[in-house]
Design a protein around this ligand. Structure first.
Ligand SMILES: [Zn+2]
Length: 177
């Protein structure tokens, strides 16, 4: 089965004045039809508002967007390929149907922790990384994972240790792809 090809389209520079608003800064498009699959938003106060520097965020009942703040704006300026890999990982989740809400999220996240402790990465994470590798190449995905690891280390939250373990496991898996 031939999988579809997607591109990241960066929007023209805008005045990002209000630190609490979400500004669409890019979108991911299906190459053959030009159909938008996901919007990417910059929000200066994303971390304060949402608790993440970069995340997939439920915008309304039927739309999920990617939101990032200055930490990842900096990544997009210094390593555009790694930033695209990050976007494509999230697009992979969306296209694979991982965000559809009929799953029990608490239970899923408990299972995820148990698996990580056993040295396993959830299959949906691996599938999203594979999607990113197909679109951006292995090198960009490895760089992206190193960047996410560095920002997780800076954040130093309670769940940081398990998150870092998962990221290292993902790096090992991407290396083998
Ligand atoms: Zn993921």
């Amino acid at each position: 089965m031939k999988s579809e090809v997607y591109d990241v389209a960066i929007n023209e520079n805008q005045a990002w004045n209000d630190p609490n608003l979400l500004y669409e800064s890019a979108k991911i498009l299906r190459r053959d039809t030009g159909e938008k699959v996901i919007s990417v938003f910059y929000c200066k106060n994303a971390y304060r508002k949402l608790g993440y520097h970069f995340c997939a965020h439920q915008l309304n009942e039927d739309e999920i967007g990617i939101v990032f703040d200055d930490m990842y704006l900096n990544v997009s300026n210094t390593n555009a390929r790694a930033f695209e890999a990050l976007l494509m990982h999230e697009a992979g989740h969306l296209i694979n149907g991982d965000f559809e809400s009929d799953i029990d999220r608490d239970k899923a996240s408990q299972m995820r922790v148990i698996e990580i402790l056993q040295g396993k990465v959830a299959s949906n994470e691996l599938a999203a990384d594979r999607f990113a590798v197909e679109h951006c190449g292995k090198n960009a995905v490895m760089q992206m994972l190193d960047i996410v690891i560095a920002t997780r280390k800076k954040r130093n939250t309670a769940d940081g240790e398990i998150a870092l373990k998962e990221l290292e496991l993902r790096k090992q898996a991407v290396k083998r792809m």
